[in-house]
Design a protein. Structure first.
Lengths: 285, 542
C-alpha cells in the first residue's frame, strides 16, 4: 500500500514538471567515470499512463560497489530501481523509452526472457515479504523455480545463502518453522538470503531498512558491505546518513532526473549542483 | 433521560438484545430437537390404566394436554396420550384417554415390550411359549428367561438369513445380470455382421446356468432357516385379556422396562442407538435404523466436494488473476453471486435435463446399449445428484476463493515475480497455498448447504428405500449410477409420507438430530484443516 501511495506521489510531482523551488531545470551530471558498468541506463524515460515519472535518465552502475539513490520523496528513485528488473511491468499502463543494459544485454528488448532477467537482478523490498512457508522453503524458492530438484544441492544453496545473509546461526535449528515467526530484521535478512540464493549479478534494495530498528539496520548495513564482494548492490534510501555509511557511489535524484552522480564522499562534501547541496545540507527534502 | 440516550447504552442493549434473541431461538431449536431426538431411545415405563368403565389399557404415556374446552365449560380437564401399540389387534398405535375417566394407574413389573419386525411394538404380558405347537412348562419368570434365549437364537438365524438374502443371493443376481448383459452386447455386435463368437455366448449361458443352480441351493438353505426361525411362538396376553401368538423369529428385542434399573435401561438405550445408526430401516422406514441414509448423505457430500473444488478454484483463479478487469468481468461476477440465490429446485430440474437426460442418456447410448431401454446412467443416481449439488454450491466456492486470492498481499506476489517466477508458478506455489484457508471456508459453506439440501435431490436420484449401497463388494465396487438414500429426504418421507406418522414422530426428531450432527462433523473436519493451514500461512503484521 505504502508503495502505491509513493508511486502516486511520484506521479504527481513528476507530472507537475517545473518545480517551484528552482525555476531553472537542473542539468544532469555524472561526475564520476565508471569503466565497468553492470547496469547502464541510457536516456531512460518512464510514463505512468500519461504522466512522466523519469526524464531521460542516464546512469552507469559500477560493478561490485554499493550505489545509493537518494532524493526527496517522489523523485523517482524507486521507479528507476524497478526499471532494472522490469518490475514496473506489473503495473498497468507503464511505458518505457530508452535503453537499460544489464551485463551487456538490452533488457527492454522484446526478445528477452523476463523471468531470466529477474533471476539475474534480484530485489529486496522496503517491507520484508517472506512467503508464508518455512524458512528453508523461502530460501530455496528461487532455485526451485529455476528447476533445481536435487535435495543436497538445495540444502547447500540454503546454507550458503543464509550464511551470506548472516542469518544461518540464528535459524539453522528452525529451518522448518514458518518464516513469519522470525523478527522483522530477521525476515528482511531472509529476504536478502532468498534474493541471493539464485546468485544474481545485481542486488537491488528498495529502502531495505526503513521498517527496521537501528540495531537491525546496522546488521543489514554490515551485511551489505560483505555482500559487495560478490554482488553489485543498488540501494534506494531516504536516509542520507545511511547512504554516507554504506554507499561507494551516490546518485542524487530530483523530479525524475539524476541531478548528480559521484563518489559518495565527494557528493556529500563538495556537491557540484546547488540542488544537491541544498538537499544534503538538509535545506529541503 | 437525555443522558441515557447520549451515553450510548441503549445501543448496547439494542444490539445485545438482538444477539440474545437470535441465540435463544437457535438454542431453543437445538434443545428441542436434541431432547426429543435423544429421548426416542429411552425405554420408558409401561403404564397399566384401569378406567372407570372397567377397560384396562397398557401402554406408554407419551404426553398430556388440556382438552380444548367447550364454551361455558370452565373446568380444566386434561387427557393423556397413550401409545398402546399392538397395531395388529387395535388398528391404531395411540389413544387419548381423558384423565377423569382413569380410575388407577399402575406399573406392573411383568409388562413386556416386544419390538417386532412387523406391526410395530406390542405391549402385553407373557402367557406361554410354544415349541412346534407344544407348550413349554413354567411360570411367568421362567418363561421370560426362556424367551430371552429363544430371541437370541432367532436373531442369530435372522442375521444369517439377511446375509444370504442381501449379500450372497444379491451377488449371484448381480453376476447373472451382468452376464446376461454381456450376451446381449455380443448379440448386438453380431447384428453388425461382425463375428460375434457364438462360443462365448454358449459359455456365458452355461455360466448363468451354474449361477442359477447356486441360487437354488441358497434358496433351499433359506427355506430351512426360515422353518427354523418360525418353529417357536410366544403367546402374549394383552391387558384386555386377549391372547395373541407371536412368532419368536419376528421379534427384534423384548424387555420389561418396569423391572429394569437405570443401568439396564442405559444399556438398552445404547443398543437401540446402535441399531438406529448402523441398521437398515424397516416398516417403511418408521422403525429400525438409518444407516443407508447416513452413508448416502456423506458419500454424496464427498463426491460433491471432489467435484466442486477444482472447478470453483480454477474459475476463481481465472476471474481474480487472468481476466482483464472491466465491466464484463464485473457482470460475470454479479451473475455468479446471483447464482447462489437461485432456488435449489431450479438446479434440480437443470440436473434432470442436463445431467440425467443429456449426459446420462448419451453415456447409456454409447457405453451401455445392451441394457437399453433400461437406463443405466440415464436415470437419477448418486453421481448426478452430487454433480447437481456441486453446481448449486459452485458460486459459494468461487466467491470464497476469489476473496482468499485477493487477500494475498501484493508484496508477496511481487516477491515471487522478483525471483523469476512466472504467473502460473506464483499462483501454484504462493497464491493458492496462501489462499487455502479462504478456499476451505468456501468448502465449509458448500458442505453445510449441500448436506441439508433436499429439493434437487428428490428428482435426481434420492429414493425412499435403496436396496443396495453405492459401495459394495461387487465389481466395480463403487456404483455411482445407483439411487441412494438421504437423511434430509428421510426426514421428509418418514415425517410426512409414512402411513403411521404419529409413530414415526420420534424417529423424525432423531433423524433431524443426526442430520445436524453430520453437518457439524463435516464442518468441524474442514474447520480443523483450515485452522491448521491458517497457523501455517498467517501473515501476522503484513
Amino acid at each position: 500500500m505504502a508503495d502505491e501511495e509513493e508511486e502516486m506521489h511520484e506521479e504527481k510531482l513528476a507530472a507537475s514538471g517545473k518545480d517551484e523551488v528552482f525555476p531553472d531545470l537542473p542539468e544532469q551530471v555524472q561526475l564520476v567515470r565508471v569503466d565497468e558498468p553492470v547496469v547502464e541506463a541510457e536516456r531512460l524515460s518512464l510514463y505512468y499512463g500519461e504522466k512522466q515519472a523519469l526524464f531521460d535518465v542516464s546512469i552507469k552502475v559500477p560493478k561490485n560497489k554499493i550505489t545509493a539513490f537518494i532524493g526527496p520523496s517522489g523523485c523517482g528513485k524507486s521507479t528507476l530501481l524497478r526499471c532494472f528488473n522490469r518490475l514496473n511491468d506489473l503495473i498497468d499502463g507503464v511505458r518505457v523509452e530508452g535503453t537499460v543494459v544489464v551485463s551487456g544485454i538490452d533488457i527492454y528488448n522484446s526478445n528477452i526472457d523476463i523471468t531470466e532477467l529477474r533471476k539475474r537482478v534480484g530485489i529486496v523490498f522496503q517491507k520484508s515479504n517472506p512467503f508464508p512457508k518455512s524458512v528453508y522453503e523461502n530460501v530455496v524458492y528461487g532455485p526451485r523455480i529455476a528447476g533445481v530438484r536435487s535435495k543436497p544441492v538445495l540444502n547447500g544453496i540454503a546454507e550458503r545463502s543464509l550464511r551470506q545473509a548472516a542469518l544461518w546461526d540464528e535459524v539453522k535449528d528452525r529451518l522448518g518453522e514458518s518464516a513469519l515467526m522470525l523478527s522483522g530484521g530477521q525476515q528482511q535478512r531472509l529476504c536478502i538470503a532468498r534474493a541471493i540464493a539464485v546468485e544474481p549479478d545485481v542486488l537491488l534494495m528498495d529502502e531495505p531498512c526503513s521498517a527496521l530498528d537501528p540495531i537491525a539496520t546496522a546488521k543489514i548495513e554490515e551485511l551489505m558491505r560483505e555482500l559487495k564482494e560478490n554482488y553489485t548492490i543498488v540501494i534506494v534510501t531516504h536516509n542520507m546518513q545511511q547512504a554516507g555509511r554504506v554507499a561507494d557511489y551516490t546518485a542524487f535524484m530530483y523530479l525524475g532526473r539524476v541531478i548528480e552522480f559521484n563518489v559518495t564522499e565527494s557528493l556529500f562534501v563538495t556537491p557540484a549542483n546547488k540542488h544537491t547541496e541544498a538537499y544534503v545540507t538538509g535545506r529541503f527534502g | 433521560m437525555k443522558n441515557f440516550w447520549k451515553s450510548g447504552d441503549p445501543y448496547v442493549w439494542l444490539t445485545g438484545g438482538a444477539l440474545m434473541t437470535s441465540l435463544l431461538m437457535v438454542g431453543g431449536l437445538l434443545l428441542l430437537i436434541g431432547a426429543k431426538g435423544l429421548g426416542f431411545f429411552w425405554p420408558e415405563d409401561i403404564a397399566q390404566m384401569r378406567l372407570k368403565d372397567g377397560t384396562v389399557l397398557l401402554g406408554r404415556i407419551t404426553g398430556k394436554e388440556k382438552i380444548p374446552s367447550i364454551v361455558g365449560d370452565s373446568e380444566d380437564r386434561t387427557r393423556v396420550h397413550l401409545k398402546i401399540g399392538n397395531r395388529d389387534l387395535y388398528g391404531l398405535d395411540f389413544k387419548w384417554v381423558d384423565e377423569d375417566r382413569i380410575e388407577k394407574i399402575e406399573f406392573p413389573l411383568g409388562a413386556v415390550v416386544l419390538e417386532r419386525r412387523e406391526w410395530g411394538d406390542m405391549y402385553a404380558f407373557i402367557e406361554d411359549i410354544e415349541r412346534d405347537g407344544v407348550s413349554l412348562p413354567g411360570e411367568e419368570e421362567g418363561l421370560w428367561e426362556a424367551l430371552g434365549g429363544l430371541i437370541r437364537e432367532a436373531r442369530g438365524i435372522y442375521s444369517r438369513i439377511r446375509e444370504i438374502e442381501t449379500e450372497e443371493i444379491g451377488r449371484i443376481n448381480y453376476r447373472i445380470e451382468r452376464k446376461e448383459l454381456k450376451i446381449k452386447a455380443l448379440k448386438l455386435k453380431g447384428k453388425g455382421g461382425e463375428e460375434w463368437g457364438e462360443g462365448r455366448v454358449a459359455r456365458l449361458e452355461a455360466e448363468i446356468e451354474g449361477e442359477r443352480a447356486l441360487y437354488l441351493e441358497k434358496e433351499k438353505e433359506l427355506e430351512a432357516l426360515y422353518r427354523k426361525l418360525n418353529e417357536n411362538d410366544v403367546v402374549m396376553k394383552t391387558a384386555d385379556g386377549r391372547s395373541k401368538t407371536v412368532p419368536v423369529g419376528g421379534i427384534v428385542r423384548a424387555y420389561r422396562p418396569n423391572a429394569m434399573g437405570v443401568l439396564l435401561k442405559l444399556g438398552l438405550y445404547g443398543s437401540k442407538l446402535k441399531e438406529f445408526l448402523l441398521d437398515s430401516p424397516r416398516e417403511s422406514n418408521t422403525e429400525g435404523g438409518v444407516f443407508p441414509a447416513i452413508f448416502g448423505t456423506v458419500f454424496m457430500v464427498l463426491i460433491m466436494s471432489v467435484a466442486v473444488m477444482p472447478f470453483g478454484v480454477l474459475a476463481a483463479v481465472y476471474l481474480a488473476e487472468y481476466a482483464r478487469p472491466g465491466p464484463f468481468v464485473q457482470i460475470v461476477r454479479i451473475c455468479i453471486n446471483n447464482l447462489a440465490g437461485v432456488p435449489s429446485i431450479v438446479f434440480g430440474i437443470f440436473g434432470v435435463g442436463f445431467f440425467i437426460y443429456g449426459i446420462g442418456g448419451t453415456i447409456d447410448s454409447f457405453f451401455y446399449p445392451e441394457a437399453l431401454p433400461t437406463p443405466t446412467y440415464g436415470t437419477g443416481g448418486i453421481l448426478w445428484a452430487s454433480l447437481t449439488l456441486a453446481l448449486l454450491t459452485l458460486p459459494v466456492v468461487i466467491v470464497a476463493t476469489e476473496e482468499g486470492l485477493s487477500a494475498v498481499p501484493t508484496a508477496v506476489k511481487h516477491g515471487s515475480y522478483a525471483l523469476g517466477a512466472t504467473k502460473s508458478e506464483t499462483l501454484r506455489r504462493v497464491m493458492i497455498p496462501t489462499a487455502m484457508p479462504g478456499i476451505l471456508t468456501g468448502l465449509i459453506l458448500a458442505i453445510a448447504r449441500a448436506t441439508g439440501e433436499v429439493a434437487p435431490l428428490m428428482i435426481t436420484g434420492v429414493v425412499k428405500l435403496a436396496p443396495t449401497l453405492p459401495i459394495d463388494a461387487n465389481f466395480p465396487y463403487v456404483h455411482l449410477d445407483r439411487k441412494f438414500m438421504h437423511l434430509g429426504f428421510h426426514i421428509y418421507d418418514v415425517g410426512f409420507q409414512s402411513p403411521n406418522v404419529e409413530a414415526a414422530k420420534s424417529m423424525v426428531y432423531a433423524t433431524t438430530l443426526l442430520l445436524i450432527a453430520i453437518v457439524l462433523v463435516l464442518t468441524i473436519f474442514a474447520v480443523v484443516i483450515r485452522s491448521r493451514l491458517r497457523k501455517k500461512y498467517s501473515f501476522g503484521e503484513l
